[in-house]
Ligand binder design. Structure first.
Ligand code: PMP
Length: 403
């Protein structure tokens, strides 16, 4: 272990005077990491099952990302959208290839998931239709357009009125979708699997039904793969597990290897709807972020991480179910995006108990603990969490009782 470069346990006291309190949670000050391991300011080591909220596909400080970023920033950093740089074009080409549709698509680069969705929203508006359909419980980001699509009233209500004419329908119900989509519908936006809503998996065939319903009325099908894309479920894009080809795919999180990078992939006519001057971002397509993205994609491929994610994800899921703990009612998800569903709403206590035991996990809902570790998580690291889990869950249940 190397010395903590910025170790400062007083950070906890300082942040409230400096950072806006919009997250509210107590935050553990971290100093450095390597792969799936992280260290805090007091020198404690953790296994990372948060992954920067499903961002760190290659973990922390992966040499390929470090090299790509350092080479690029040392050669040509930011150029703006007035100029071109090789990594920006190369990453777009690679993403379209991985989507299986080179030649039929175009990419818009943004800096976050919400911005990737915002671009999809604007593409929708350019169809000439204004009605949109999204799912209850869905999460698409916090900018105003993305928030309008997000199906979580608690996050929307403080900011009404929101743009758009959005109908929210129950997730996973193809008939509700069919009833909501009309000839006036510009787009339907869905997550292949609802991440922020507690890792909710729709019935098999749901995405294919959405494809069929949107195609019939001329609405765009936007799949928000900000959380599920870039290998997270063991596929480049989760929709590929069902062989569904949407009109738009939004990406962010895992794409940038830890750098802020979002992308909106549009196919067919959807790729032509934004014309010069209609949308943009100063940082979009930043060569350093795109070089990091290329390193992520190259490493996933070179290291066979898609198959690895399927294997280690199944091992983790089976392991968690295999402990037979009475507090675990279900393990949902795909690949390395898993939700441990608890019998009682003590996920926050489980998150704390896991942290005390040296594992970082995330209480994504009151009764769901989300696991979204680096894609390179080893079998031994997965097993370590499984072994620790019975004591963690006992401690969490105890803490919830004493509350
Ligand atoms: N879409 C989905 C599916 C997400 O999970 C998230 C982030 N949790 C977003 C959009 C928004 O991404 P960001 O926080 O980068 O704006």
């Amino acid at each position: 272990m190397t010395a903590a470069p910025h170790g400062d346990s007083a950070l906890t006291a300082r942040w409230r005077g400096a950072l806006m309190d919009n997250y509210g949670t107590p935050r553990l000050p971290l100093t450095h990491g390597e792969g799936a391991r992280l260290w805090d300011a007091a020198g404690n080591e953790y296994l990372d099952f948060v992954g920067g909220i499903a961002v760190n596909a290659l973990g922390t400080a992966h040499p390929a990302v470090v090299r790509a970023v350092s080479d690029q920033i040392g050669t040509l950093g930011h150029v703006s959208n007035l100029f071109l740089a090789e990594p920006t074009v190369a990453l777009a080409e690679r993403l379209l290839e991985l989507a299986g549709r080179p030649g039929d698509g175009r990419v818009y680069f943004a800096n976050s998931g919400a911005e990737a969705v915002e671009a999809a929203f604007k593409i929708g508006r350019r169809t000439g239709r204004s009605h949109m359909v999204a799912a209850l419980g869905g999460f698409h980001g916090r900018t105003m357009g993305a928030l309008a699509l997000t199906g979580q009233p608690a996050k929307q209500d403080p900011f009404l009125p929101l743009p758009g004419e959005v109908t929210h329908i129950p997730y996973g119900d193809a008939e509700a979708l069919r009833a909501a989509v009309t000839e006036e519908t510009a787009l339907v936006v869905l997550e292949p699997l609802q991440g922020e809503n507690g890792v909710v998996v729709p019935p098999a065939g749901y995405l294919a039904a959405a494809r069929e319903i949107t195609a019939a009325t001329g609405a765009l099908l936007v799949l928000d793969e900000v959380q599920t894309g870039i290998g997270r479920t063991g596929h480049w894009f989760a929709c590929q597990a069902e062989g569904v080809e949407p009109d738009v795919i939004t990406l962010a999180k895992g794409l940038g290897g830890g750098l802020p990078l979002g992308a909106t992939l549009a196919f067919g006519e959807a790729a032509t709807l934004l014309t010069p001057g209609q949308h943009g971002s100063t940082f979009g397509g930043n060569p350093v972020a795109c070089a990091a993205g290329l390193a992520v994609l190259e490493t996933i491929e070179a290291d066979g991480l898609l198959d690895h994610v399927k294997r280690v994800g199944a091992r983790l899921r089976d392991g968690v179910l295999g402990i037979g703990h009475p507090s675990v009612t279900e393990v949902r998800g795909a690949g390395l995006l898993l939700g441990i569903v608890l019998s009682q709403p003590f996920a926050p206590q489980a998150q704390q108990a896991a942290q005390d035991a040296g594992f970082l996990v995330n209480a994504v809902a009151p009764d769901v603990v989300r696991l979204a570790p680096p894609l390179l998580l080893s079998a031994a690291e997965a097993d370590a969490l499984v072994s620790a889990l019975p004591a963690v869950l006992d401690a969490a249940a105890g803490a919830a009782r004493d509350r």
